[in-house]
Structure formats: structure tokens, C-alpha cells
Write a protein that binds this ligand. Structure first.
Ligand SMILES: Cc1cc2nc3c(=O)[nH]c(=O)nc-3n(C[C@H](O)[C@H](O)[C@H](O)COP(=O)(O)O)c2cc1C
Length: 314
């Protein structure tokens, strides 16, 4: 049994500073067990050097399974070593390698993330090193359509497959597009026809209807949801039954915000970095403008509770 046997595979996308332990646990609690969690990427170098903060980012509760830990890095041997360390220490259900991150710190000088889409030999060497390590868990790759052109993936994906990758997740945009523009699901569909390993489609999926539509267009084995889950950990609930009877009401949101905030405070010691989640939870809710501004100043659970009490419940 692997983490991708059950189809369609529904996945929470890895998002740096977002899909940390507290957020992943909340998604699991409100949405149940029918989806796979990708934790935010961690540096292979930092793992190998024994950086405590990075190692702590890999810890998870048993209840969070199925869970994949994602590494970024450039050196095949160091990535292999990092994977061996985290598989032995934490026993995740899979190891993923980031080959799509566009931020200059990673894709620029560091030769990792999206830069690997331009250096196929290095990308192949990374996959081979991980497969040679016999980690006992699948090795997957998360990438984009290309550096600047949508069809670059048609050359890259078969190479990853040949090198031994067990699955590929494809964000349907190029590195040049960043996070804007419409994801090209048709191109992901072409990759699906080209390779035998499972393909997960990603990009522009913000509702359960989008999940269904994306699966139809791409015929992919699964869908991965990133920003659509922020402030909406319910999105994975009961898929593919999109006719669910109960969508979250304001009181449900408040209850989950409190639950999430407690976990966040336990983990980080305060709620300063929770403000970004609050912005997502209360986005677009009418009559909240002034309260939203207050929420952006909170640092403690007490402060948060006091503001939440002021939200008018109809
Ligand atoms: C804040 C943020 C952080 C991200 N961090 C990562 C990451 O750590 N690893 C990764 O492979 N992709 C990362 N991504 C990309 C997402 O996993 C996903 O591919 C992208 O957001 C497109 O999917 P979406 O349209 O559903 O958001 C990040 C995206 C965002 C918005």
C-alpha cells in the first residue's frame, strides 16, 4: 500500500509558512482522512547539518497521516542523506522533492526548486540518488510546466519517470508566471497521457467543483489544492460528494479559528504569525472590515478571543 493507491488522490499542497503542523492538523480534524498532506518544504542542507528548527518542522502527529515531507536542495548526495535522516527519524509516508519553487533564494543561485527544470541531469541525479537509498517509501517530485514555456514538461516528466520517480505533481504554470495567470490543465492532461506513473494536477483549484472539473480535463490521478485551503480547511471534506449538506457557517469558522489558534500558540509561543491565517479565514465576510483590522494586531489567544466575541452572529 502506498499513499497514492486510493484514487482520486486528494492532496493539500505544500506551502512554506502555511502548511505547518498546526494548519495540517486543523485540515485533518475538519476534513477527515480522505486526503494526503504535503508539509511545507524543508532544506535538505539544514536537515543534514542537524538544524533543530528545521528538524522540528518535520515532526507530525500520527493522526496527520497520510503525510509527505518535502525537501528542497541541489546536491543529490545531500538530498539523499537528508531523506535518510527524516525517513528514519519521522517515518513519513513519502518523500517529495521540490522542483518548482520560483523564489530567487531557492531557484536563483542555489540551483534548487524551479532551477532543476533547467538542469535535467541534476534533477535525474537527485531522483536516482533517492531511489538508490531504498528509503522504503515512494519518492515523488513536485514541479511546474516549465521555466518559461508550458510544454517543457513534456520532455522533463518522462525523464523523471525513467529516473525512477514514483509520482509527479504538476503545478500548471511556468516559473515565469509565478502564481498568476490561469493554470494550463490541458498540458497536465498531455503529461498524463505520456507517463505511466501517477500524475497529480495542481493550480486554480479553489472549490470542490474545480476538483471535479480539473480531474475531468486532465484525467489525472489526483488533484492538489494550495491557496484554496487557506482559511478553508473544510475544502477536502467528503470529496467527491460535492453535494454536501452543510457548508461552514460563521460560528463554525470561529470555532475552528480558536482551535487552530490554540495549536499555533502551543507550537510558536504566540499568535503573531497566525495573523496571516486570520486574514484568510475572514476574507470576504461582510461587516467585518473594522474587526479584520483589529485581528491583524493580535499576539495572544486572549486578544483573539476578545475580538471574536465582537463578531455579530446573525
Ligand atoms: C505561500 C505559498 C507557499 C508555497 N510553498 C511551497 C512549498 O513549500 N513547496 C512547493 O512545492 N510549493 C509551494 N508552493 C506552491 C503550491 O504548492 C502550489 O503549487 C501553488 O500555490 C499552486 O496551487 P494553488 O493554485 O492551488 O495555490 C507555495 C505556494 C504558496 C502560495
Amino acid at each position: 500500500m502506498t499513499w497514492f493507491d486510493k484514487k482520486p488522490i486528494i492532496v493539500l499542497a505544500p506551502m512554506a509558512d502555511m502548511t505547518d503542523g498546526p494548519f495540517c492538523r486543523i485540515c485533518r480534524e475538519v476534513s477527515g482522512n480522505n486526503f494526503v498532506i504535503f508539509r511545507e518544504m524543508v532544506s535538505a542542507e539544514a536537515i543534514v547539518r542537524g538544524n533543530e528548527k528545521t528538524l522540528k518542522m518535520c515532526e507530525f502527529d500520527m493522526g496527520e497521516r497520510l503525510i509527505i515531507l518535502q525537501l528542497f536542495g541541489a546536491d543529490p548526495k545531500r538530498i539523499q542523506k537528508a531523506a535518510e535522516i527524516i525517513v528514519t527519524k519521522y517515518k513519513p509516508d513519502g518523500i517529495d522533492v521540490n522542483m518548482g519553487c520560483p523564489v530567487p533564494k531557492i531557484a536563483g543561485k542555489a540551483d534548487s526548486g524551479a532551477a532543476l527544470m533547467k538542469d535535467h541531469d541534476r534533477a535525474i541525479a537527485i531522483v536516482k540518488a533517492l531511489k538508490n537509498a531504498n528509503l522504503g517509501v515512494p519518492v515523488s517530485i513536485k514541479t511546474r510546466l516549465g521555466w518559461s514555456k508550458d510544454d517543457e514538461i513534456l520532455e522533463f516528466a518522462p525523464k523523471l519517470e525513467q529516473a525512477g520517480a514514483d509520482l509527479i505533481s504538476i503545478h500548471g504554470r511556468t516559473k515565469s508566471q509565478g502564481y498568476s495567470g490561469v493554470a494550463n490543465w490541458e498540458m497536465i492532461g498531455k503529461v498524463k497521457e505520456l507517463v505511466k506513473i501517477p500524475v497529480i494536477a495542481n493550480g486554480n483549484i479553489v472549490t470542490r467543483e474545480d476538483m471535479k472539473h480539473c480531474l475531468e480535463v486532465t484525467r489525472a490521478d489526483g488533484v492538489m489544492i494550495g491557496r484554496g485551503s487557506l482559511g478553508n480547511p473544510w475544502i477536502f471534506q467528503q470529496y467527491p460528494n460535492i453535494q454536501i449538506s452543510k457548508y461552514p457557517q460563521l460560528q463554525d469558522i470561529i470555532d475552528v479559528v480558536l482551535q487552530h489558534a490554540k495549536l499555533h500558540e502551543q507550537y510558536y509561543g504566540n499568535l503573531v504569525t497566525f495573523r496571516k491565517h486570520l486574514a484568510h479565514y475572514f476574507k470576504g465576510i461582510s461587516g467585518m472590515k473594522a474587526l479584520r483590522q483589529e485581528l491583524m494586531k493580535i499576539s495572544t489567544l486572549e486578544e483573539l478571543k476578545n475580538i471574536l466575541k465582537k463578531i455579530p452572529l446573525k
